[in-house]
Design a protein around this ligand. Structure first.
Ligand SMILES: Nc1ncnc2c1ncn2[C@@H]1O[C@H](COP(=O)(O)OP(=O)(O)OP(=O)(O)O)[C@@H](O)[C@H]1O
Ligand SMILES: [Mg+2]
Length: 404
């Protein structure tokens, strides 16, 4: 047992050292960095030519052409300190933030979900900007993502905010993301909750009053609000709680008057969420466990990363093999002679692993290569093929454990 734990500890050290060393290596040429001040902390101004190329190459982006000048804020989340040592009620980021760089691309879902969210946001902002009368056509700028734990709901909200901050940068010179900790609003110091909600929305109000600001409010695990309301109705919570939830809903309604705010919410409850809340959301998207293609691509991105940092090696020598994308693999299966045999072998092994992982969340999948590494006999030099066999065994073990 102690041997297993020390192997696990070694693996943590090994992964974090290797990945940390290579984390910020960007393959960009002509990077110009100038320090400037934003929100009182230092940020970096990037002349990010590769972003510009992506922008124009991506037809989704052609509506809102950028000028290639991007501010990637290096600030971590700013936390609002609470006066009484309770949990702070929100975190805030200046967008686009370095922390969320690449997050959008790393999230893999069934085709259409990400596009649906992007189009929704573009329409919401356009309607507001053109001054569509909300008495005639109503929209709330509220998104609800719901689904089982670990399916990337919170990450998708953050990635969406980041993506929109880049897409709309010519209209809004500043973007902020406020992440509300719903649990902290309903802390055991319950009488304080009303004050926390008021303080939070006062802060948001100050932000949205600035026309050139685009503000995203992320309310995570929104079911805790609904639960508090239900409990209050059934009498098992102080009636105070219903006042706080109602105050929150009223404040959200008030925010509707401002054109430059989008409210993103998540919930683990897939069925009944407080009806008053659900009604307010324009889009209620279910985010489920990854499909076979998404599982394959998630694992493939993990394996490519381990190749990149040298944790995985290639016993055959020569160039590192690339693992085929899901769609290419499907094509190559019909004419195997057309592809390099080792690449095909590794891709098939990965496909087997992805098939096996049916039911695992995106979060569990992203952990799997790490757990597999902790079980290989020679962690400092892993051959890709034997690593993938270990990955398959690890997946089997994880599935057994998750099913109890
Ligand atoms: N479909 C997916 N594609 C890629 N990565 C994913 C996917 N789903 C989850 N992940 C990864 O799993 C991790 C956890 O995601 P996140 O915290 O956003 O999930 P969540 O749905 O909000 O979970 P919870 O319901 O427990 O709050 C993140 O690192 C994310 O990148
Ligand atoms: Mg979450």
């Amino acid at each position: 047992m102690s041997m297993v734990l020390s192997r696990y500890r070694l693996t943590i050290l090994f992964f974090s050292k290797t990945l940390k060393r290579s984390k910020y290596v960007t393959p960009m040429s002509g990077l110009r960095i100038t320090k400037f001040c934003c929100f009182g902390k230092s940020s970096l101004l990037f002349m990010y030519s590769s972003y510009f190329l992506n922008w124009t190459a991506d037809p989704e982006n052609s509506f809102f052409p950028g000028d290639g000048l991007l501010h990637l804020s290096e600030d971590g989340p700013g936390e609002e300190p609470s006066e009484d040592d309770t949990l702070s009620s929100f975190n805030e980021w200046a967008l686009p933030a370095k922390e969320f760089d690449g997050l959008w691309e790393s999230l893999l879902y069934e085709v259409g979900l990400k596009q649906r969210l992007l189009r929704y946001a573009a329409s919401a902002l356009l309607f507001t900007e053109r001054g569509v009368d909300p008495c005639l056509v109503s929209w709330n700028r509220i998104v609800l993502l719901h689904g089982p734990p670990g399916t990337g709901k919170t990450s998708l909200c953050k990635a969406l905010a980041q993506k929109l901050s880049i897409r709309f940068k010519s209209r809004y010179s500043m973007c902020q993301l406020i992440e509300v900790n719903a649990h902290s609003l309903f802390s055991k110091w319950f009488s304080e909750s009303g004050k926390l909600v008021a303080k939070l929305f006062q802060k948001i109000q100050e932000m949205v009053e600035e026309e050139s600001n685009l503000v995203f409010v992320l309310i995570d695990e929104v079911e805790s609000l609904a639960a508090a309301r239900q409990a209050a109705i059934s009498g098992s919570e102080p009636s105070d709680s219903i006042r706080v939830v109602n105050a929150l809903l009223t404040q959200m309604d008030k925010l509707k008057a401002w054109p430059n705010v989008i409210i993103l919410t998540t919930s683990n409850i897939t069925t009944a969420i407080d009806i008053a809340f659900v009604d307010r959301a324009d889009i209620k998207a279910y985010v489920g466990p990854p499909t076979l293609q998404a599982r394959y691509e998630i694992l493939r991105s993990c394996i490519q990363e381990l190749f990149r940092v040298g944790i995985l090696t290639y016993a055959q020598g020569g160039d590192l093999p690339c693992i085929l994308s899901f769609s290419t693999l499907k094509e190559k299966l019909h004419c195997p002679e057309a592809s390099e045999p080792h690449t095909l072998h590794l891709s098939k092994l990965l496909h087997k692993g992805a098939e096996l992982c049916d039911g695992l969340s995106g979060r569990s999948l992203r952990k799997l290569p790490f757990l597999a590494h902790a079980s290989v006999p020679n962690p400092s030099c892993c051959d890709a093929s034997s690593f993938l066999h270990t990955l398959i065994q690890t997946a089997q073990r994880e599935l057994l454990e998750s099913r109890g």
